[in-house]
Design a protein around this ligand. Structure first.
Ligand code: CO
Length: 210
């Protein structure tokens, strides 16, 4: 069996088990999804959103990119965000980074990685803001881990700066925003920051006509 064929055969096994446990499972899910959570995570294969949170199909709406960034010109992220907030009406948005993130580490170097430089540039900007705090840490790993936490906080603020989130805050008092960091070494998620709906943010970024 070719390695990718294993995926297809495991899929059949999974669908069978799922149906045995709950015969109406797929019929129900095929009709609608009503997840309460939007997850913005890293693409890293070691951080699967549903596995590490124990959520089932239908429970979590997911967007993943390198280093879990919320970039305000990223149409992909913004489309996911708008759909999750305005149509699915999620109650919580979780930005989840992870310790040992290759994207964060790469952004801290001076190496050129080609087109990915443009993406990493967003992380470099976060590093620049917090350089003094990060650089006083004793070694490379702790500096990268701290930048991972600071980056998650910055991305939560980036969510709060969108008109999509501000409009939902104003009219519906949701979603709450959460910044988490997952530990690759122990599988534990550490909450590092929270911005409940209608938290005050810098007025410069607040729209007054939503
Ligand atoms: Co990563």
């Amino acid at each position: 069996m070719k390695i990718y064929e294993q995926l297809l055969s495991d899929n059949k096994e999974w669908a069978k088990e799922q149906t045995e446990r709950d015969p109406a499972f797929f019929q129900r899910l095929a009709l609608l999804q009503s997840p309460e959570f939007l997850w913005i995570g890293c693409s890293d294969s070691r951080v699967p959103a549903d596995k590490i949170t124990g959520t089932q199909p239908g429970e979590i709406f997911v967007h993943r990119n390198i280093a879990n960034m919320v970039v305000h010109t990223d149409l992909n992220l913004l489309s996911v965000l708008q759909y999750a907030v305005e149509v699915l009406k999620v109650k919580h948005i979780i930005v989840c980074g992870h310790y040992g993130c290759g994207g964060i580490k790469a952004a801290m170097t001076q190496h050129s990685f080609g087109i990915i430089n443009k993406w990493l540039r967003n992380i470099k900007d976060v590093y620049r803001i917090h350089k003094e705090e990060v650089d006083q840490l004793p070694d490379e790993d702790s500096r990268a881990d701290r930048l991972t936490e600071l980056n998650v906080i910055e991305q939560v603020y980036n969510l709060a700066k969108t008109s999509i989130v501000q409009s939902a805050w104003k009219h519906d008092n949701r979603p709450d925003l959460h910044g988490w960091v997952y530990g690759l070494k122990d599988g534990i998620i550490h909450p590092v920051f929270e911005l409940p709906a209608n938290s005050p943010i810098d007025p410069f970024y607040t729209y007054d006509n939503l």
